[in-house]
Design a protein around this ligand. Structure first.
Ligand code: ADP
Ligand code: MG
Length: 626
C-alpha cells in the first residue's frame, strides 16, 4: 500500500464570520449548561476535570439569569442586567425559567410575583412577555441567556461550540423540557441531552460509577427548593420521588433579613420603605449580609446613613422557619419514595443557599448523616452536565449513557391496536418483554410491526419497522407462546426480538432511527395524542370488542363441533342463534351491541361448557382416551 494513503490528515474545522471578518475554529467539545432560575453557568471538561467558565473580565462563574432590554432594545444579560432590576423593572426580566412551557392559566396565582408584563393572549396558550411593545416567548428569553453562556465559553476556548447538554429540574414535564431544548436551538446549540439537575449533581460527585445507592439531592436555590430522591443501579439513575416549593429559596433569607432590620431600626421612616433606591440598596445589602454570615459571626453596614447589623445567631433564628419548611418537604419526598431516612446513602447539597451553614446543620441533623458539600453548591449541577457531555462525546467509557425514551414503543396487535411495550419516559438503557399468541389455528408466520407514539391505533403512530417470525410449528390458535422483547441499548438503539418458546423459533431486528423524529414532529405527536385521547379510546374499545367477538364466534363454532354428542338439540340450536346474532352486530359500529351479544352468548354457553367438561372428565375416568 502506498505510504501516503495511510497518513491521517488532520483537518481543522474553521468558520469565517463575514460581518466581523474574523476566523474562528470550531470545537467538537460538548458543553454542560445549568440554566437556572437565579443563576446560569457553563462548564466543560478541561484536562480531564470539569470546570465552570468565568467571564472575561469577571471573576464569577455565575451569570445571573436576568435579561435587560436597553435603550435601543439592545439586550444585556447577567450582572449588568441585574443592576437594572430596580431601576427599570418592566424592561428587566428575571426568573424566566418559571415561565418555561407554562400557560397563563398555570401562572394566574403568581401574577404579582413578576415585575414585568406576562401576557394572557390566550389563557390556554403558552405565555409571552411584553417588553417595550414587543412580545417575547420564555424560550426566546432563555435563548438570550444561553447565547451569553455560549459566548463565554467560546471566548475561553477561542473556538465556536455547537453542542450542549442542558439541565432541568427533575419535575420538569415534557413541554418544559421541550421548551428548554428549543431555547438551546435558538441560541445556536444542538442540545444533545436534557439531564435532570439532581442526576447531574450526583454525577459531579462521581456517584453511580462503582456501586448502587440511594441519594437525596437537596437543592436550595434563589427562589426554588427541590428535593429529589434518586436510586442509582447499574449506572442508571431513576428518580424515585421529587418534591419542592417553587417559591421558597435564598430570596426568602434576604427578605427575612430586611424585615429584621426594618423591625429593629426606629430610624427608617415610612417614606423610605417605598423608596425604590433605598429598597434596592437594602436588598443588595441583605444578600451581602447573608453571604457574609455563612462564615462570619457578625455583619454591619450603613445604608442612607443608617447603621444596620445582624449576628449569625440572629440570622439563624430568623431563617429557621424557612429551613424547617424544606425539612417537612424532605419528609414528604421520603414518604413518596417509600423510604426511611436511614435508607438514604448520601445527601448532596446543591444550590447557592446551602452555603448558609445553618442549612447544612439542619439537613445533617434531619438525615442523621454528614452531607456532601465539598463541591461548589452553585456550580455542581453545571459540572455534572459537563461530565454528562463528556460521556456523550465518548470520552468516559465506564459510565452508561442516561436518557429517557421520548415516545412510547410498542407493537401492533389484532385490530391495528398499539400495544405499548416500553412506555414513554422510560429510562435508557431499558428492556421489556411481553407474551403473545396466535389468533388463527395452524398459523405459522407472525408479523411483528414496531411503532412509536402515544396514540391507541398504530395508524396514527410512526412505524419504525417490521419483520416476520417464520416457521412457527402449526398449532391451534392461542397455543404458541410468543415472547417479544424490546431492548434499547445505551446508544438509544432499539432491538426487537421475537421467539416462539415452545419450538425455539427466533427472529430479531435492529432499529437505528429511534430518535429519527424531529422535535417538532415529536411535540406534534404528543399534542395529537392528548387531543385525540377520547376518540382514540372509543375506537380502541370498539376494535377490542370486535376482536374479542370474532374469537368468541370461532370458539363457539369449535365448541359445537367438538361436543355434538354431549349437547341436546335445543342447546345446539340456541347456541347457533346467539352466535349468528353476534356475527350480525360484529360488522357494525356499536361496541355496546357487540358487548351485549357477547354477554348473551357467553351466559348461555357457560353452563354448557361445564356440562361438556364434566362429560369429558367422566369419560376420562372410565379409562378412555380423550
Ligand atoms: P438557582 O438554582 O435558583 O439559579 P443558585 O443555586 O445559583 O440558584 O442559588 C442562588 C441563591 O444562593 C441566591 O439566593 C444567593 O443569594 C444564594 N447564595 C449565594 N451565595 C451564598 C452564600 N455564600 N451564602 C448564602 N446564600 C448564598
Ligand atoms: Mg439551580
Amino acid at each position: 500500500m502506498n505510504d501516503y494513503l495511510c497518513k491521517k490528515i488532520e483537518m481543522a474545522k474553521i468558520s469565517i464570520n463575514l460581518k466581523e471578518g474574523t476566523v474562528k475554529k470550531q470545537s467538537d467539545i460538548i458543553i454542560g449548561i445549568d440554566l437556572g432560575t437565579t443563576n446560569s453557568l457553563v462548564a466543560y471538561i478541561k484536562e480531564g476535570n470539569p470546570v465552570a467558565v468565568k467571564g472575561k473580565n469577571n471573576k464569577n462563574t455565575l451569570v445571573p439569569s436576568i435579561i435587560h432590554f436597553g435603550k435601543e432594545n439592545q439586550i444585556i444579560v447577567g450582572e449588568s442586567a441585574k443592576e437594572m432590576l430596580v431601576q427599570e423593572p418592566e424592561k428587566t426580566i428575571y426568573s424566566v425559567k418559571r415561565l418555561m412551557g407554562k400557560s397563563f392559566n398555570d401562572l394566574a396565582q403568581f401574577q404579582n410575583y413578576f415585575g414585568y408584563q406576562v401576557i394572557d393572549e390566550d389563557e390556554e396558550k403558552l405565555v409571552k412577555i411584553k417588553v417595550a411593545h414587543k412580545y417575547f416567548t420564555p424560550i426566546e428569553l432563555s435563548a438570550e441567556i444561553l447565547k451569553e453562556l455560549k459566548l463565554r465559553i467560546e471566548e475561553e476556548l477561542n473556538a465556536e461550540v455547537f453542542k450542549a447538554v442542558i439541565t432541568v429540574p427533575a419535575y420538569f414535564n415534557d413541554t418544559q423540557r421541550q421548551a428548554t431544548r428549543d431555547a438551546g436551538k435558538l441560541a445556536g446549540l444542538n442540545v444533545l441531552r436534557i439531564v435532570n439537575e439532581p442526576t447531574a449533581a450526583s454525577l459531579a460527585y462521581g456517584i453511580g460509577k462503582e456501586m448502587d445507592e440511594v441519594v437525596a439531592v437537596y437543592d436550595l436555590g434563589g427562589g426554588t427548593f427541590d428535593i429529589s430522591i434518586l436510586e442509582i443501579k447499574d449506572g442508571i439513575f431513576e428518580v424515585l420521588s421529587t418534591n419542592g416549593d417553587t417559591f421558597l429559596g435564598g430570596d426568602d433569607f434576604d427578605r427575612a433579613i430586611i424585615d429584621f432590620w426594618i423591625k429593629k431600626s426606629s430610624l427608617i421612616e415610612e417614606n423610605l420603605i417605598d423608596n425604590k433606591e433605598f429598597n434596592q440598596k437594602i436588598r443588595l445589602e441583605a444578600e451581602r449580609a447573608k453571604k457574609y454570615l455563612s462564615n462570619h459571626k457578625q455583619f454591619s453596614t450603613t445604608i442612607n446613613n443608617i447603621d444596620f447589623s445582624i449576628t449569625q445567631e440572629e440570622f439563624n433564628t430568623i431563617i429557621d422557619p424557612i429551613i424547617q419548611s424544606t425539612i417537612t418537604i424532605c419528609e414528604k419526598a421520603l414518604k413518596d419514595a417509600n423510604l426511611e431516612k436511614k435508607q438514604i446513602d448520601k445527601i448532596i447539597m446543591v444550590g447557592g443557599s446551602t452555603r448558609s451553614s445553618r442549612v447544612k446543620e439542619k439537613v445533617t441533623q434531619f438525615f442523621e448523616k454528614e452531607v456532601y458539600d465539598k463541591l461548589n453548591p452553585d456550580e455542581v449541577v453545571a459540572l455534572g452536565a459537563a461530565i454528562q457531555a463528556d460521556i456523550l462525546a465518548g470520552n468516559q467509557k465506564d459510565i452508561l449513557l442516561l436518557d429517557i425514551t421520548p415516545l412510547s414503543l410498542g407493537i401492533e396487535t389484532i385490530g391495528g391496536l398499539m400495544d405499548v411495550i416500553i412506555p414513554r419516559n422510560s429510562k435508557v438503557p431499558s428492556r421489556a418483554g411481553r407474551n403473545y399468541t396466535t389468533s388463527i389455528d395452524g398459523q405459522t408466520n407472525l408479523k411483528v410491526s414496531i411503532f412509536q407514539g402515544e396514540r391507541d391505533l398504530v395508524e396514527n403512530n410512526r412505524k419504525l419497522g417490521e419483520f416476520i417470525l417464520k416457521g412457527i410449528p402449526p398449532m391451534p390458535a392461542g397455543i404458541p407462546k410468543i415472547e417479544i422483547h424490546f431492548i434499547i441499548d445505551a446508544d438509544g438503539i432499539l432491538k426487537v426480538k421475537a421467539a416462539e418458546t415452545r419450538s425455539g423459533v427466533e427472529q430479531e431486528i435492529e432499529i437505528r432511527s429511534q430518535y429519527g423524529l424531529s422535535e417538532e414532529e415529536m411535540a406534534l405527536m404528543l399534542l395529537e395524542s392528548i387531543k385525540n385521547a377520547e376518540s382514540d379510546m372509543n375506537k380502541r374499545a370498539l376494535l377490542e370488542a370486535k376482536v374479542e367477538a370474532k374469537n368468541i364466534i370461532l370458539a363457539a363454532n369449535k365448541f359445537l363441533k367438538q361436543n355434538q354428542s354431549i349437547l341436546n338439540k335445543e342447546e345446539i340450536q340456541q347456541t347457533q342463534i346467539l352466535t349468528l346474532q353476534l356475527k350480525a352486530v360484529v360488522e357494525g359500529n356499536s361496541k355496546d351491541d357487540i358487548n351485549e351479544a357477547m354477554r348473551q352468548l357467553n351466559e348461555y354457553t357457560h353452563p354448557l361448557a361445564h356440562k361438556a367438561m364434566d362429560a369429558t372428565i367422566a369419560q376420562a375416568m372410565k379409562g378412555k382416551k380423550i
